[in-house]
Design a protein around this ligand. Structure first.
Ligand code: FCB
Length: 446
């Protein structure tokens, strides 16, 4: 039976627990001509950057089809919809407002409010305007100030319509994948760039929090981070040290400054050439109190010792994988949440993304994605367990509402609970969407 179950005494059945679906601007909107060029438009033009050679020009045509998309969201019975605002759709290069673009989001927010769906707005989901990249992008401190200005414009215009803001989505991806390994836009490759971009992103977050506190004091304001809990490949001391080092570089590098105003201690041992430039006062801006931390979880990572960097990723072997090649490992979510809770004074936690790309087939109008249903069910169980162990988890968002542009993988990887036929733009609820809907509508308080 393709179904998702919530026990009546589950903490997820509490009327306060929020269930939603998530998307992001570049991945679904299309309507390229009505906004500024972004770093992803440019990156998509680079030979070999996107595995199917595609781009975000059309995507899911959400700007055109948003009415039907919102209707579909409402029919799923969710409490909330998480989406992002495209910076270059609301501001022009000269700093003036793109009225049509801004109106799109205001109208969308009005519709969500009318339908009693809480709006979770992400202010930056990777689509930096290209003209800012031409001035150094996230390597330039000024970008953090430009971001705060953009957030000021948007949060004034949205006044009172937003339930929750996230300043940034996954700064690790923007910084590490974009500026250190170059597999995401803008495709730069330097260790110092990675850490410098991370610092400016965190600074942008802190400055934006100050703006939100002023312009939107009644919404829940925070940030969304991605985490892959780091496991050691063996019980050897060397591998355990390797996993700890990776954890500091990839996970604590972001959450520690946000919550404690300090980078992990390894910053003191790093070669000077890799260290970010930090100005006095930056860390106190960065650790502005947040109402919540958004946690995106897909999989764990296993590390082994390596003489070059101290740690090296060990690819999963002989374990269940998604179509991304990511190990299906719900226990990692439990461990992540409880470890973070032990280590930090955590604010409220929202699971802002969780889901899986699977080899979906549309057959006679149906997509039988039992594998995705199982993925969601086991991860919900991990969250229940984490709550039972004392972690304050307040919500869960399935990534994603519908299939979309999966960054460097293009349209080949399908994360949606709704199937998108990119030739016709017809949306079809997969079995996972039907199961999600039945679970949500079957909640005892509904
Ligand atoms: C996350 C991104 C999201 C999507 C999922 C699969 O890293 O935030 O846009 O691509 O991964």
């Amino acid at each position: 039976m393709t179904s998702l179950r919530l026990k009546s005494d589950s903490p997820l059945n509490n009327p306060q627990f929020i269930f939603g679906v998530a998307t992001s601007s570049f991945q679904i909107e299309g309507a390229r001509e009505a906004r500024l060029e972004t770093i992803w438009d440019k990156f998509c033009e680079g030979e070999g950057n996107i595995s199917d050679g595609s781009n975000g020009d059309i995507a899911c045509e959400h700007i055109k089809l948003w009415h039907q998309d919102v209707k579909m969201i409402a029919e799923l019975g969710v409490d909330a919809y998480r989406f992002s605002v495209a910076w270059g759709r609301v501001l022009n290069q000269d700093g003036s407002i793109n009225e049509l673009g801004l109106k799109f989001y205001v109208t969308l927010l009005d519709k969500l409010n009318e339908l009693n769906i809480k709006a979770f707005v992400t202010l930056y989901h990777w689509d930096l305007p290209q003209y800012l990249e031409d001035q150094g992008g996230w390597l330039n401190r000024e970008t953090a100030l430009a971001f705060a200005n953009y957030v000021d414009v948007v949060s004034r215009a949205f006044s009172g319509r937003v339930h929750s803001y996230a300043t940034l989505n996954e700064p690790w991806c923007s910084a590490y994948l974009g500026y250190e390994t170059g597999i995401h836009a803008p495709g730069l490759k330097s260790k110092q760039f990675g850490k410098q971009a991370a610092h400016h992103l965190l600074l942008a977050h802190g400055l934006a929090m100050q703006v939100l506190e002023k312009n939107s004091p009644n919404s829940k304001n925070g940030i969304v981070l991605n985490f892959s809990p780091c496991y050691a490949a063996s019980t050897s001391e060397q591998d355990i040290t390797a996993a700890g080092l990776a954890d500091d570089h990839f996970n604590h590098w972001y959450i520690r400054p946000l919550l404690e105003g300090r980078y992990p201690d390894l910053i003191d041992d790093m070669p000077d050439a890799h260290k970010p430039i930090i100005e006095p006062g930056d860390l106190s801006v960065i650790c502005h109190p947040v109402d919540y931390i958004g946690v995106n979880y897909y999989s764990r990572a296993i590390y082994q010792h390596c003489d070059v960097d101290g740690f090296k990723l060990k690819p999963p072997h002989d374990v269940p994988l998604t179509d991304m090649g990511w190990e299906i490992y719900p226990d990692g979510l439990y461990k992540l949440l409880t470890d973070l809770n032990d280590r930090y004074q955590l604010p409220e936690v929202m699971i802002t993304e969780n889901g899986a790309a699977m080899k979906d087939k549309l057959l006679e109008g149906k997509v039988d994605d039992q594998d995705r249903v199982d993925y969601i069910q086991t991860h919900l169980a991990a969250i229940e367990q984490a709550i039972a162990s004392g972690v304050d988890v307040r919500g869960y968002f399935a990534w994603s509402l519908m299939d979309n542009f999966e960054w460097a993988e293009g349209y080949k990887k399908r994360f949606g609970i709704v199937y998108v036929d990119y030739n016709t733009q017809i949306r079809t609820l997969k079995q996972s969407a039907i199961a999600y809907r039945n679970m949500l509508l079957g909640r005892t308080h509904k």
